[in-house]
Design a protein around this ligand. Sequence first.
Ligand code: BGC
Length: 967
Amino acid sequence: MGPRDETEEVLLPTRRRSFGSDDDAFDSDSDLSATDYVDRPKRRRPSPSPQKFSPRRRWCTFLFETCGRRSKCCIGVVGAILLLWLLLTAGGVFVYKKVQEEPLYGQSPPWYPTPKGGIAATWAKSYEKAAKMVEKMTLAEKVNVTTGTGWQMGLAVGTNAPAVYVGFPQLQLQDGPLGIRFADNITAFPAGITVGATWNRQLMYARGKAHAIEAREKGINVLLGPCVGPLGRMPAGGRNWEGFGADPYLQGIAGAETVKGIQSEGVMATIKHFIANEQEHFRQPWEWGLPHAISSNIDDRTLHELYAWPFGDAVKAGVASVMCSYNQVNNSYACGNSKLLNGILKDELGFQGFVMSDWLAQRSGVASALAGLDMTMPGDGLRWANGESLWGPELTRAVLNGSVPVDRLNDMVTRIVAAWYQLGQDDEKKFPRQPPNFSSWTNEEKGVLAPGSSSPQEEVVVNKFINVQANHSVIAREVAAEGTVLLKNENLLPISRQGLDAAKLKARRSIVERATGKRHTGKFKVGVFGEDAGPGDGPNACKDRGCNQGTLGSGWGSGAVEFPYLVSPIESLREKFDSEKVELHEYLDNKVSFSNKDSSKVAVADLELCIVFVNADSGEGFAKWADVSGDRPDLKPQKGGDDLVVNVASKCGSGSGDVIVVIHAVGPVVMEKWIDLPNVKAVIFANLPGQESGHALTDILFGDTNPSGHLPFTIGKSLADYGDAGQVLYLPNGVVPQQDFNEGLYIDYRHFDKKEIEPRFEFGFGLSYTTFKFSNVAVHSLRHKTALPDKRPSPAAKPPSYSIVIPKKAEALFPPEIRRLDKYVYPYLDNVDDIEPGKYPYPDGYEVQQPLSGAGGAEGGNPELWAINIEVDVDVKNEGPVAGAVVPQLYLQYPAKEGIDFPVKVLRGFHKVFLKPGESKTVKFSLTRRDLSYWDVHFQNWLIVEEGEYKFLVGGSSRDLPVSGVW
Ligand code: BGC
């Protein structure tokens, strides 16, 4: 018996049991009051069922099956291999050494039933249209719409199935946040973190729009982005770079602008990952050798003020879809967590679209439907690519036996169909009902439509190689340049095409001559150092960009794309320097022996300017490079970057040459080893610039663009400076790793402020080639200060209502004319005779209808929360010699309130404003009620502090706030 047969024997009975069994009820929440998240005694967690075998575990099973019972020697070999496997699996080592009890499951309060979509005025028409379509659907069609067809069962990374008879097409879902994944002839835009660093709302929108044009022209309905979670609690977190920065306000604005940009083209945006998927280690079961995913344990106020905040902005912006994350939150899987999905997302935030699971993040069948999940992706259930869905035929069964109410299924489907109408995707000219015109799975012109299935299929044209790039390289370059942060500049930048401008050159040469007695004549000698300056083996050398080689344009994982090209820094430097005046010498590796590739063999000691490139990479947890398992192990520049800089600085012009350090990185990098070296005159933090890397960098270096990027995170002097909360949990602290967010609101700059730690470069920091002056803060109150918002409004529209009669069982039978593909997820069943309605053990709290949130009532929550309460004006003037863009930032300080702890300050406003030399403008910040409030756990609402004074501090970074006003 081979592994597959063995697995099937185990799987089938278990799988049936998971609907209508105790196990299923365990996979949901239990009864806590809304403010009590952690300590009440809960149910025993279901032991991981045999069906949760990972590929690794299946492989072991295979070994046992093939040789296990036959020879002792073979058993010995297998034993040794298993031991090795355990040793290699950090999690495994820990767990088996230190057997620990699993924490009780479901410490998140229950919130039932799922609020129905269709209450918002903004979506009313789409819901009316959707209702007309959904009421005509059969049970199988409804299930089709909610369930993916399986991994690699379509040309996109996710596809559901159509409802053919009513005219609802198969939806094509594709990553990701920075471009169209697995596609040709697309743009590799700068990553989210670079977009965050621009602090430019218009560019955030423009990038989203261009991305969506490409998606639509490639045949994609749903983009799996933008990403606002992780938020960046831990600076070494592997996927922080997909998002926009370690502050909820910045993430919220950038996420919402991106959503608006994407959806302006009719493509559905997906805001992800909901919620608290802050690190890669242990993010999902078995990937790290453990049977369960990590639990992020968060208190109610922190959840609202930090992690859920940007999702609120996205919902307000009308986002069509929300992706729930892999991890658990308060010991309940995020995709089966009724408090999060039903309570916060659908009731409090009034989300009108559909909740989609991350790929295999659904961990239960009925329970996740009841908890508010609407679509499962990619369709396979607990294991990759086995065709065993937790929904599909099992959802059909669950509806027929009464465990999933028909009403819930109708709401799931209506939400998806309404989102499709809402984005105008019923327009067949814009969204032809066809597969995408590219395949994620082959670069050949021809291939099969469902490569995940081994069933014989006809080959058809799957790649049409359509070029959708248009002029998007212009936006990509602008974002990359504006997202470049100048951290240090001691009168060196900008340089000129001749090296340095005549005055600077003369001054420099005479200083060196005086100091060394050596006279530089002739061409200006520039050295470029570091592998990160060059093309390496090409930008796509490693699958999913899962390695650090050549210049770093993006992190790795599902958030990366195939680069159509990547302009490396050296290419652009070669182009820009005037070869009549400048000698360019290239040392494009990180060796400290400095062997330059050109023939001149100029001594490093003779160089006058040295540009050193270092980088730091990370990515999604499914891939590992060197010692970076998704999350970085530290914040150092990688590949010996520190040594490279120190060495270049000491040898460049014998220590008197000027040094510019350029950093490409996924997040903060500690630079203490060299930042204060006297000849390190300039430091440029270029984030992850995408395909236009070299061009954008030289735009800044040569002063064609005046730098205006600002840090979207704090750069500390050490990883330890970020405190306990800033540390990734690299080794599991139990069978279900527990990560307690005990620091509450104090991450990134909030932590540095509270603990009075001097960062190296603070959040919001960024230099320019000119100087700006802030003055005249004026605060205008537009409304009375009242603690609570007005009452939640009654729904502006009524959700559709349908018959709730359970359909006839015969509807679920496999139509005989269907030619079945192996492992493809269908909605049908072979036999329906054994399906009987019965008593289903619903989760604790299921029967108790929850009170509606006072913070809810419309899309984005109570509309009162979005009303502008305060306007703050500030004047800003360009006092320097050149034109440039300034980013006035507004930080708020709350009045003191007994029993409530407030951060020293929180970001609540920013704009990017272009000013000519001598020009000044008045900038207006509009603050909503939500901006001025804190989340009160007793009132379960956003509250303004009525007593005392609010202070608004304005300036150029979180620690450079020269002017202020009060309210
Ligand atoms: C990632 C998601 C991505 C999905 C589909 C998952 O592993 O976490 O961000 O959208 O795969 O590729």
